[in-house]
Design a protein around this ligand. Sequence first.
Ligand SMILES: CC(C)(COP(=O)(O)OP(=O)(O)OC[C@H]1O[C@@H](n2cnc3c(N)ncnc32)[C@H](O)[C@@H]1OP(=O)(O)O)[C@@H](O)C(=O)NCCC(=O)NCCS
Length: 215
Amino acid sequence: MSFPGERRAGILVAPGSSPANLLPDGVHTTKGTLVVTVRLPIVTERFLIRPMQPQDTADLFEVYRDAEGLRHLHREVPTSLESAGAWVRAKMERHERDGLSLWSVVQRRTGVVVGDAGLQYERDDGGDVGLGGRLNRRYWHQGCATEVGAALLAAGFDAGLTRIIAVTRPANQPAMDVCDRLGMAFVQRSDYFGEGKGEWLVYEAFASCWSAPPS
Ligand SMILES: CC(C)(COP(=O)(O)OP(=O)(O)OC[C@H]1O[C@@H](n2cnc3c(N)ncnc32)[C@H](O)[C@@H]1OP(=O)(O)O)[C@@H](O)C(=O)NCCC(=O)NCCS
């Protein structure tokens, strides 16, 4: 369906309309373009999800240096503490710019940053907002990613997103399992990023019919 308006993050606004009257709390406009603002922190039973901070770098580098654990990811992750610092700053800037980004996942009991997770534009041209993240492997196999993912989907839909996707490698069975547990539907297999780097599986969930999985 074509619609004469700007499109960001799955929300449409007609030129001349009054977005402030149309949109739920937490959604703002910038220069006529909509920016979705997910309210942070998000608190789950075991975790707190908040914007990254420079002091998270050491904990996050413990996650990023696990080349074997992160072998299925699309983009290169930092390979030094210095590049991890630059990565954290880039994610902080993205949060300021888009209201969407990868954020730090903090274990509430210990205050340790156990990984990153978030909602962000999958491609540089905007459009699809994707759920993604990675956890320190000490926290795998305990339902942590499912707990965090469910909270992020709920927060994204609360903020006004209508559709959230997840993109994963066909070989990344743990990520596919998380998508299944979150109630995301498999959509297609494609060269999603258009970089000739092989095929990706795309999953999606819609605000109109998604409900959180039982915890
Ligand atoms: C993707 C990733 C976070 C998934 O981690 P995970 O531990 O497999 O997923 P969860 O944290 O949801 O844990 C699920 C496991 O905990 C178990 N579990 C225990 N309690 C649970 C609960 N309350 N709810 C759900 N699962 C629970 C499940 O049975 C499952 O067990 P299994 O691993 O033996 O199959 C992890 O593999 C990772 O960081 N990978 C590297 C980065 C990456 O590939 N990211 C995805 C990019 S698309």
